[in-house]
Write a protein that binds this ligand. Structure first.
Ligand code: LMR
Length: 396
């Protein structure tokens, strides 16, 4: 039965974890996957999460099946976070939100629903984009194309190119947009550029799908929501996938969501009924723990304030690492101007290093980043940064 099955390639991001785990180099540093580590190189367990879990342990609960669309208090917390608790769409009930298995799960539920809704639509992703965007929408049955985004010479966004490609897209094209902290480049659109993108999406009858996996890692929770706020103000119907993997350091809990902004409540009810079919036929209903924790934190004012503080702490430390990286690369003898690293935002730096250089970094020095030159700045710390810089200096 399986004799003709071919060996699939390793996943370009998670596959690096497997290689890293097997690496015996005592100095190895994992800058591959997008995970935040503290200055001691430890994965944080946020205090807000611990407090919520302690309260849950005081009143242990049996684990029945959740509703197909997840915990009601969780879905409502997601809506409030994404659109604003007092916002018109939340108040009028025209947002359909379902709990998802991480941000990836939210994207997949949306992709499956869109494939049923408009099977012939094409999907546009940025060039480059998160590796899994292309794979996920392709697996959902779509033809995936890319629009211009990264300008290597300018070290920034090729905004004219992006706009021209969006203008040329056929009506109904699904456009996957990184709401903040563009993965992998770290270059975001300015609020004024978002205005133009949203106007173009609206004029072309394109379908925006905002991927918001890093809210709070750019400028702040509200600031990072600018794309959602502007799409809402433009009167669009759109999709938003949310991830709490990074912002709550709850990677393994697979806690995320999909929200679909509809034109009215009746439409949202019908959309929700279809999303539930996508979920039921894939994994039936979501798990209880991660969603309960996030709901408890977001819906309890003291815990919510603590979360915002802890998230700001992570954001600030990443920014400090960016500054240190630029200084230490220079001190290690790197001649190129690396100051672009501090203009990038979020967890990643698109370093400009070639695939060969990234492979050498991995094989000779145990420093892991993706083949595309992406490095997770959020995994740098005061103890490993000198080694990383010395290693980079040797390959550039
Ligand atoms: C990443 O880009 O490294 C993260 O989003 C983790 C993942 O699932 O790929």
């Amino acid at each position: 039965l399986f004799s003709a099955v071919e060996m699939a390639p390793r996943d370009p991001i998670l596959g690096l974890n497997e290689q890293f785990a097997a690496d015996t180099n005592p100095n190895k540093v994992n800058l591959g996957v997008g995970v935040y580590y503290d200055d001691n190189g430890k994965l944080p367990l946020l205090a807000c999460v611990q407090k919520a879990e302690q309260a849950m342990m005081q009143a242990p609960k049996a684990r029945g099946y959740l509703p197909i669309d997840g915990i009601a208090a969780y879905d409502s917390a997601v809506k409030n976070l994404v659109f604003g608790a007092d916002s018109e769409p939340v108040k009028s009930g025209r947002v359909a939100t379902v709990q998802g298995l991480g941000g990836t799960g939210g994207l997949k539920i949306g992709a499956d629903f869109l494939k049923r809704l408009n099977p012939n639509a094409k999907v546009l992703i940025s060039d480059p984009s998160w590796e899994n965007h292309r794979a996920l929408f392709t697996q959902a049955g779509f033809e995936v194309q890319s629009h211009r985004y990264y300008d290597a010479a300018k070290r920034g966004v090729d905004f004219e190119g992006m706009l021209a490609d969006l203008q040329a897209a056929a009506p109904g094209t699904i456009v996957v947009l990184h709401a903040c902290c563009h993965n992998p480049t770290g270059y975001d659109l300015t609020p004024a550029q978002w205005d133009q993108v949203i106007a173009t999406v609206k004029a072309g009858n394109l379908v925006p799908f905002l991927d918001m996996a890093y809210q709070g890692f750019g400028q702040g929770i509200a600031e990072d929501g600018v794309a959602v706020a502007k799409a809402l103000a433009a009167g669009l119907s759109f999709f938003v996938s949310t991830s709490f993997s990074k912002s709550f350091s709850l990677y393994g809990e697979r806690v995320g969501a999909l929200s679909v902004l509809c034109q009215d409540k009746a439409e949202a009810d019908r959309v929700l009924s279809q999303l539930k079919i996508m979920i039921r036929t894939n994994y039936s209903n979501p798990p209880t723990h991660g969603g309960s924790v996030v709901a408890a934190v977001l819906n309890t004012p003291e815990l919510r304030a603590l979360w915002e503080e802890e998230l700001a702490g992570m954001r600030t430390r990443i920014k400090q690492m960016r500054v240190a990286l630029v200084e230490k690369l220079k001190a290690a003898g790197v001649k190129q101007d690396m100051s672009f690293i501090t203009t990038q935002v979020g967890m990643f730096s698109y370093s400009g290093l070639t695939k060969d250089q990234m492979v050498r970094l991995r094989n000779e020095f145990g420093v892991y980043g993706t083949d595309t030159g992406r490095m997770c700045v959020a995994a740098l710390n005061s103890k490993n940064i000198d080694y990383v810089c010395a290693s980079i200096a040797k390959v550039v």
